[in-house]
Design a protein around this ligand. Sequence first.
Ligand code: ZN
Ligand code: ZN
Length: 551
Amino acid sequence: MTHIDEREDREYKHWATVVSEEAIERFGEKQVVATGWAPSGYYHIGNFKEAVTCRAIHRELLNLEAESSYILNIDNIDPFDKIPAFFKKDYGKLLHKYLGHAICDVPDPLGCHSSYADHFISNAIEIMDEFDVHPEPIKTSEMYTQGKYDKYAKLFIEKKEETSQLTEEITGSRMEEFFLVQCPKCKIFAAPLITDYRIESKEIIIDIHCKREKKGCGEKSTIKMGETLWKLKWRLDWAARQDFFGVTVESSGKDHGVAGGSIDTSLAIHKKIFNKSKLPLLIQHGFLTFGGKKLSGSSGSGMPVTEFPKILDPAIFLFKIYRSNLRTDFDFRVDLDIPSIASEFDQAEELFYQKLSLEHKKSREKTIKAYELALIGEPSSNKAIRVDYGHLATVMQVCLFDEEKIITRLKSTGIIPQEPDDLTNLFLSKRFQRVKYWTENYANDNIKFKILENPDCEIVKSIDQTIFNHLFEALQKLPDTLKGDDITQFLYEYSKKQQIKPKEFFQLIYLLFIGRKSGPRAGTLVDAISKNEVLMFMKKALKCLTDKIDS
Ligand SMILES: [Zn+2]
Ligand SMILES: [Zn+2]
């Protein structure tokens, strides 16, 4: 929906505001925001992106004083068509006999929930909870049992020709079968081929042939719809539930929005089969990937969403998603990008508390709105002093993760005051844990290092002495007021003045202090070690060189 992108840009508005305003204009005060998910595996990043996108819209609708509710449609009568990789080894045999059954009828192999689907549902709800996403969960199986879909099934049968034609016009292929029905004999959901259906005295009668080639029993039966599990085919199911829930806004991945995709089909059904003039706002969001990979819940590949909160404050993840344009895809690398994602949030907070000015109005409005929407709970009246994630990763490694030493170092370098307030202390203890977890489990090898306690004379003797002397001089002249990247800049300019390649200067720092040719940003490293200790270390290193001359 390109006009949303346009308005995001033209009016300096956040997409959550643009979508909410449009929904209110179309439907008035009463709003139903929906998201959907099939629990055939663990909740993954794509599901997560959808749910948090809808969370922002629901929140903004409430901000705009609409009466909004947020529902999660859980499609738990999907056929069980694949045993996920993570269950194969231990439960493959047990699960194999349930292939083709509906996932709400497959047992939980771990035995902790009443079904396979319920196992993943509880995992998803837990994750959503951590990210402050609280839609009302609704299981499709219950909606079918309660008869919510009955009238739609009848309607599609009555308008059989129109429905088939409409699907052909939009998708290019004609939908002839509208249902999936469970075989009454073998209980398989995926095997029955519907050979005929009709309405007789208000009941839907179906003839099925349970296909052996789809692992069915081969029997033919005639049943009344509702005697066994059934469901509408996905595109019809989607439109039907949007109708009976009165969905006003739903977001799905961009793949649903391609020409002839499920969004087009759903809108056409609303218009031509349900004869509606006000169509739900079916928006599309961009993809979120890790290192170029879309993660899948059923194959169990990639980093599970449960890892996110161990690495970053959930509000920071939400902010990252909310600060991007709705339809923009973004990819991030867990090993490298976490510190910069954290510092974007820290800056947004500064902006929110007006401790930082940002001239560009568009950027400012969007950043502040994204920050507000990302917050879990109300903003506090005061803000914590945030210590930069990347800097902390370096300081923590320099101090070998000793918390007391880290605090002392942060105080002595003036990053935190001698007596930090409670908010800052709380922030620090949480960020310590996350930075440590990330450094130990995910950080790129370039970011991870072990500081040398004493100079390695072998290394020192192998380096260019002129460059060493210039570096020593530069560090002696380093103004005490400089921190982090300003130190990097100072060293950069100093080396240039001496006609030394800055790269050689930085490499020397890494060689001396961590015994290899690359590492975290040089300035951050020097800052974390502290100027005094750096100079002491250099003096010791000099001894290696005098020894060399002596010998
Ligand atoms: Zn379970
Ligand atoms: Zn059968």
